[in-house]
Design a protein around this ligand. Structure first.
Ligand SMILES: Cc1cc2nc3c(=O)[nH]c(=O)nc-3n(C[C@H](O)[C@H](O)[C@H](O)COP(=O)(O)OP(=O)(O)OC[C@H]3O[C@@H](n4cnc5c(N)ncnc54)[C@H](O)[C@@H]3O)c2cc1C
Length: 487
């Protein structure tokens, strides 16, 4: 038997076993009601890059793992399962293109993981949703170090940048995409694109009946899977599959966005960067205007507001509160977090004496580490004419400038787009799965990995790490179960 005909007969077998099962009636009825007709199995084209060897196909008895979603978590999990159980038939169903987010990620460079978090507890702190649960076995089983080793062992040289972000040395996400796809194909993972799993129900003997459709083409098929890995990212369709199998969903809201700021003068500063600011978010619900979210790090002025790591982290930690508040909040920024306000006042007094005959605009104290354009903005906000000589500035005004640099308020009026990374906060609650196996607590042989879960990280490679870790653990469990079943 050729490799190709081996696989064709495997799928034929799937269809036949489905026809002879008790679910046949349901399947037939649903097909005849819809405008779609199932394509006879013999006419279906399966575009698998590799097929199981005749021996392993025989050994498998047609045992099938279906992975919904060909993203980072799905493909990584499929490879892992197949590497532990080569006889297992592994089919990845992807509605769009394989690894499309990996391809566009990190501005086309793919920030694979983060290399500055060897301690799993510190690592978990980078996940606004998941920071408590991910402290345990999850990253211990497969953490950033394991991810880096995996890619290096598979021929992708990586580099760690100063801020901890890990990229392929080529600075090209294709290195990661090509590596994963060639590994999947070599191992005989069947990758199908352009097909959507539109519903799922329980079959006989704990199996899963999946309805697969193609958009805009008359195509419908049913698959019977022994194992199901849902790795559908933040897609609503994926959430629906989880619900159909008894899971609940924490409603999805956007995370990782920039802030739109109501301030025409600020937009003139577009492109100005600050290496270190301390920014706090105050929401209307915050009692007595006490901020409940504070972050320290670089910030950037854009033409519509503020961005940079500090803002993205605030958007992630405040994702739910900001959503509830209609993205309206007050942002307090300390532009000189390393100096105490009294020290700043002294610096300004010394400046006044030293540059008494100069215009205030032309000599901003270097200790503040701010550029002239921003210094002008501060003076304008304080109502100080930039042409005023230092000698004429009152001590009260100096104190006010110091105060403004430490407590500068901006009105957030909406959320802006961050092109380089975006994730959804929400999904299947972690309490409904075992993080040791990624198996559902509701239904055996059902697994979840990646963004479909209620886990999301801040920028820096943490979101992919969640996908690699979850995919790896799910793949390991499925592979081991499948291997045990044939012994
Ligand atoms: C522009 C951008 C840049 C990013 N850059 C980075 C970065 O540099 N570093 C980082 O750590 N994170 C980054 N992220 C986040 C990261 O891409 C995601 O966290 C990660 O892709 C999640 O992986 P996943 O496999 O869980 O989901 P996805 O990558 O979203 O994959 C899920 C797949 O499932 C498919 N699918 C969904 N429903 C169905 C269905 N019913 N049937 C069939 N297929 C289905 C989807 O088409 C999709 O391809 C970025 C995100 C974006 C949008």
């Amino acid at each position: 038997m050729s490799l190709k005909s081996g696989l064709a007969s495997f799928f034929l077998l799937q269809f036949e076993s489905l026809s002879s099962s008790t679910s046949t009636a349901t399947v037939a009825r649903r097909c005849s009601f819809g405008h779609l007709r199932p394509v006879p199995p013999s006419k279906r084209a399966y575009t698998c890059a590799a097929t199981p060897s005749p021996q392993s196909a025989e050994k498998s008895n047609g045992v099938l793992l279906v992975v919904v979603g060909g993203g980072a978590a799905g493909v990584y999990g499929a490879i892992r399962a197949k590497s532990l159980a080569p006889h297992l038939n592994v089919l990845v169903v992807e509605k769009g293109k394989l690894l499309s987010k990996v391809k566009i990620s990190g501005g086309g460079r793919c920030n694979v993981t983060n290399g500055h978090c060897p301690d799993t507890k510190i690592l978990a702190e980078h996940y606004p949703r998941g920071h408590r649960e991910l402290r345990g076995s999850f990253f211990n089983t497969h953490g950033p170090g394991d991810t880096m080793s995996w890619f290096t062992d598979h021929g992708v040289a990586l580099k760690i940048e100063e801020d901890g972000r890990v990229f392929p040395i080529t600075n090209n996400s294709s290195s990661i995409v090509d590596c994963l796809l060639s590994e999947a194909r070599e191992r005989g993972v069947c990758l199908q694109t352009g097909k959507t799993v539109t519903s799922v129900s329980a079959g006989v003997q704990g199996k899963f009946i999946l309805k697969v459709e193609k958009r805009s083409v008359e195509f419908l098929e049913y698959l019977e899977a022994d194992y199901l890995l849902i790795a559908s990212g933040g897609s609503r369709q994926g959430y629906e599959l989880a619900v159909q199998l008894g899971h609940s969903i924490v409603d999805g809201v956007p995370s990782l966005f920039t802030f739109k700021i109501k301030d025409p003068l600020l937009s003139e500063l577009s492109g100005v960067t600050f290496l270190k600011v301390e920014a706090s978010l105050i929401l209307e619900s915050d009692k007595k205007n006490i901020p409940h979210l504070t972050q320290l790090g670089p910030m950037l002025v854009t033409h519509w507001g503020l961005s940079g790591p500090v803002i993205l982290r605030l958007s992630a930690w405040g994702a739910r509160d900001l959503f509830r508040a209609g993205y309206k909040a007050l942002l307090m920024v300390d532009f000189v977090p390393d100096l105490h306000i009294e020290d700043m006042k002294s610096i300004l007094s010394r400046q006044k004496q030293k540059f008494a005959k100069q215009k205030v605009l032309n000599s901003c104290p270097s200790e503040f580490g701010i550029v002239k354009r921003f210094w002008k903005y501060m003076l304008d906000r304080e109502g100080l004419n930039c042409d005023t000589l230092w000698a004429s500035v009152s001590n009260n005004s100096l104190n006010s400038v110091a105060y403004l640099l430490k407590h500068c308020a901006f009105e957030v009026v909406g959320k802006g787009q961050y092109k380089d990374e975006f994730v959804t906060a929400g999904g299947v609650p972690l309490s409904e799965i075992s993080l040791k196996t990624m198996e559902s607590k509701m239904r055996p042989n059902l697994f979840f990995a990646g963004e479909v879960l209620n886990v999301d990280g801040v920028t820096g490679g943490f979101n992919f790490q969640n996908a690699w870790s979850g995919g790896y653990i799910a793949g390991t469990t499925i592979g081991e179960l499948a291997a045990k079943a044939v012994c």
